[in-house]
Design a protein around this ligand. Sequence first.
Ligand code: NIG
Ligand code: FE
Length: 394
Amino acid sequence: VSLLITNISELVTNAPRETVRAYSPGPFEAISDAAVVLDAGRVTWTGLAADAPAADEVVDAAGRAVLPGFVDSHAHLVFAGERGAEFAARMAGLPYSAGGIRGTVAATRSASDDELRSNLARLAREMLAQGTTTFECKSGYGLTVADEARSVAVAGEVTPEVTYLGAHVVPPEFDGDAAGYVDLVCGDMLAACAPSAKWVDVFCDEGAFGADEARAVLAAGEAAGLQPRIHANQLGPGPGVQVAVEAGAAAADHCTFLSDADVDALAASGGTVATLLPGVEFSTRSPYPDARRLLRAGVTVAIASDCNPGSCFTSSMPLCVALAVREMRMTTAEAVWAATAGGAHALRRSDIGHLGVGARADLIMLDAPSHAYLAYRPGVPLIAGVWRSGEHVA
Ligand code: NIG
Ligand code: FE
């Protein structure tokens, strides 16, 4: 059955106008007084409401805006426990450090598969209700062969975008033997995880892994058929972004502390997206990176949540868009593009992040007339409807 959504005040397509077939997301693009037709899980027509073809079913958007579903390209959702007290202590003046990850590792190791599954399902539902129709999900709180293997397996039950992050931190049983742990990450642990994952990631920062270790992890992952992405330059300046570009990573994530050389390397990379995670700066009281500096240089920018129990426990892409606009100096159009098409680029996906003809019918309706309201009305639940593969799911 085909579905016509009409009387749309603003249809954000990120695709060439009218019925032109779009094979991948283009620049920010929107149609006023628009309509869209969905059929068999795909977008089959976009254009002016006045020109819309007939369809089996009709939804009247009554002057609301319709956007591509959010593509959250960075999240850590397989874990147990919580770290609310650590957040409260930070807000009272303590700094964030990578060390807190170990608390979640202990809780995750002692959780049952079903507990991990139900935590993950709750977060996935929470994301969908806020308009996220695709999300990436990392392991990284198991850090044993068995716990990482079950983490990627459980993640694979809810998303195809599964990332092996055995190199999150060195676990306590390898204290003083980081090299031994990297060998495990590149050896037996990788072998156990690669069949269930698409991506390999490494936390390259102070208190986690250095440049050579990061290179080794990404190279081993690639040899096992995984594609590289990285946590880089979150806690301070460092080599992460350079390692990402050298490795041809799909994305370098965080980018909180960038040198001019880092910005230049991203701009020249021809494919490494800078993924900004404004919820992390918010939740760790860190300085926000300047998105304008990246955009001016021609870097492709994505926005993602980084939802995790430590550095940022929000799953809300609307909040991230609002923060990116207010604190990272993005325009509303740039931020919405980065949270949709940008995320698709960061996952090397051409079927999502836009509403060109042929795209997956993943879209959200706002209880507002334009995309700008995501930042103009921060914290207000504006997601009035969500369709995923053409199904009305929220
Ligand atoms: O992306 N940077 C590394 N990992 C997570 C934080 C994990 C945690 O604190 O539990 C992040 O911020
Ligand atoms: Fe992260």
